[in-house]
Design a protein around this ligand. Structure first.
Ligand code: KG4
Ligand code: ZN
Length: 343
């Protein structure tokens, strides 16, 4: 079963064709990073307009690279939550139009579920149940994936996402947007014990995250240096990045270690834009090895937002009977509600 998927939840316009949830036939990603870089972050209205301009071409390219036409496609999938509401609506409206005009079924996909599904494309034998750690620019969650379509939330961030905390630190260090990849690279060049940043715990919720404290700490740290007229040279910048990355990774690793100790043995699946971090992968790989559980993550090109992961998850939603109607809407938030259903 070939599915075409559309992803426009944030700043990447993407369309992809995937067969039977596992075989990637095409994955076109039109990135808006350059457009938003000059503002130091995603400007929602500009993102929506850029999606509208890019969508038709991206979908046509995805079909042509997959060497098929709409006639070969059995369902049309789209991300409808969570994300920037205007951006999501461009994809949802386009997908509804495509489904209506072609008479093909429409399937709505939860963005966080699709990030997890990136691993199905990369690891042919990976199957639920497992625990997933979704670490991206907008989300940080620990999930019990009991089946392809049955998710339970074990922990979420109470404030900022890990990627947001990385992007903010990168910004105060003068690194270009989005800064996660630069922070990750720099972290290998500095002394990770040079500076102490706070690792937050949420009382009564051992699997929840909080990254706002460390984000504020790095802002205060650099402001203090500025007020003392201390220049942030390459060595100091690398030390800050390394120390910050160590704290962020330890925050995630501590929860993962507790999860492995306190629960039945399940594989651990990492996903989301920050899953591209070599530093984080190394730290988490050690935790999984110590805990005696398998550790999976997608290749870098499937970590960030892309439609291939949406098409993969859509296959499993589809064979479980999920169909969306022409009344399908987009929703900006629904992080806690992974029990989400097609309407
Ligand atoms: O999943 P994603 O593309 O978008 C959301 O759904 O939020 O994640 C984007 C985040 C950004 O914060 C970006 O800085 C971060 O992923 N990121 C990285 C790396 N590449 C992208 N963080 C750490 N290391 C990387 N190599
Ligand atoms: Zn994402």
């Amino acid at each position: 079963m070939k599915i075409i998927a559309i992803e426009t939840s944030c700043d990447e316009t993407s369309a992809a064709v995937v067969e039977d949830g596992r075989h990637l036939l095409s994955n076109i990603v039109a990135s808006q990073v350059e457009i938003h870089a000059r503002y130091g972050g995603v400007v929602p209205e500009i993102a929506s307009r850029a999606h509208t301009e890019a969508l038709s071409g991206t979908v046509l390219q995805a079909l042509s690279q997959a060497q098929c036409t709409l006639d070969d496609i059995e369902a049309i999938a789209v991300t409808n939550t969570p994300g920037l509401i205007g951006a999501l609506l461009t994809g949802v409206s386009f997908a509804k139009g495509l489904a209506y005009s072609s008479g093909k079924p429409l399937v709505a996909v939860h963005h966080i579920r699709s990030h997890v599904a990136a691993n199905y494309l990369a690891h042919p034998t990976l199957e639920p149940p497992f625990y997933a750690l979704v670490v991206s620019g907008g989300h940080t969650s620990i999930l019990a994936v009991d089946s392809y379509t049955s998710y339970r939330t074990i922990g979420v961030t109470r404030d900022d996402a890990a990627g947001e905390a990385l992007d903010k630190a990168a910004r105060v260090l003068g690194l270009p947007y989005p800064g996660g990849a630069s922070m990750d690279k720099l972290a290998f060049e500095g002394d990770s014990n040079a500076i102490s940043f706070p690792e937050a715990h949420v009382s009564g919720a051992p699997f929840d995250f909080s990254f706002s404290g460390m984000k504020t700490a790095v802002i205060n740290y650099t402001h203090k240096l500025e007020s003392r007229k201390v220049e942030i040279d390459d060595k100091l910048r690398a030390d800050i990045a390394a120390s910050y990355m160590r704290t962020l990774s330890a925050t995630v690793a501590d929860r993962l270690e507790a999860l492995i100790k306190q629960n039945e043995k399940r594989n651990i699946v990492l996903a989301g834009g920050v899953a591209a971090s070599k530093y984080l992968r190394n730290v988490l790989a050690e935790v999984c090895e110590r805990g005696g559980v398998g550790f999976y993550y997608p290749p870098i090109k499937l970590c960030g937002d892309n439609a291939a992961m949406v098409a993969s998850q859509a296959y499993y939603e589809c064979i479980a009977g999920s169909r969306a109607g022409m009344n399908l809407n987009a929703y900006a938030t629904s992080e806690a509600d992974l029990s989400f259903k097609n309407e």
